[in-house]
Design a protein around this ligand. Structure first.
Ligand code: ZN
Ligand code: ZN
Ligand code: ZN
Length: 230
């Protein structure tokens, strides 16, 4: 449980805003010891506060720049950067801790903003809300072209999720999903072969519409969630 750096009161679960003094607490970058805000203001605008984001250097294996809002402490990561950061800061996880993952999902209740759609700091198009991973309890805002926005506190929750083995669980689910898809594919092939033997070719690809595979990671995760929560 984190405490307010201003008045030391315990912070509500899943929130970075102190209920007593109203301060926002930066709990995301505490685990990263050396970062600097000496970089210039960026052209990008905070989707929550409408002020300029500041570029900060997390100094992970050299330069690692992300953008942060000084007011709401939200962070913007260019495509792929968030995954790289989580990989770099959370290592040596070999087991899935299900009770810790349950706790991560429970923390979701403290969400500061509720369901709102916000604009990409780069192109200002409305971003998609995407479940970052199976049972992470974190819904991130994502622009397919530019990257991911995390509200203050969400980075810490994601690293908690990684530490609890959430990434491994994700991988497990994806493997199961792929196996289920392969099985389905085999069944369909069998059915097609049977109807072809009966002189009916209407089920073959090339007849009518046939959707290809979408290998996009987030799409896969979404499908996996739908599949396993049915
Ligand atoms: Zn406080
Ligand atoms: Zn902001
Ligand atoms: Zn964008």
């Amino acid at each position: 449980m984190a405490n307010c750096t201003n008045c030391a009161a315990p912070l509500p679960p899943g929130s970075i805003r102190c209920e007593y003094c109203g301060s926002r607490n930066d709990i995301d970058l505490k685990g990263i010891n050396y970062y600097t805000t000496n970089e210039p203001e960026s052209e990008r605008i905070c989707p929550r506060c409408n002020i300029r984001l500041r570029t900060i250097d997390l100094k992970l294996e050299g330069k690692f720049l992300v953008e942060r809002c000084d007011q709401c402490l939200g962070l913007f990561f260019d495509t792929g950067e968030l995954e790289a950061l989580l990989q770099a800061t959370v290592t040596n996880v070999f087991a899935i801790d299900r009770s810790r993952l349950d706790a991560a999902v429970a923390a979701k209740l403290g969400d500061d903003y509720g369901v709102t759609y916000i604009k990409c700091p780069v192109c200002t198009k409305v971003m998609n809300r995407v479940n970052f991973g199976v049972r992470s309890g974190v819904i991130v805002d994502r622009c397919k072209a530019h990257g991911v926005w995390l509200d203050g506190g969400e980075l810490r929750r994601l690293s908690e999720w990684m530490k609890a083995g959430g990434k491994l669980l994700d991988q497990e689910r994806q493997d199961e999903l792929k196996r289920a898809e392969a099985e389905q594919e085999r069944e369909q092939r069998k059915a097609r072969a049977q109807s072809a033997a009966a002189g009916d070719y209407s089920d073959y690809p090339g007849y009518g519409t046939y959707g290809g595979h979408d290998d996009d990671l987030f799409e896969l995760i979404k499908k996996a969630v739908q599949f396993f929560t049915r």
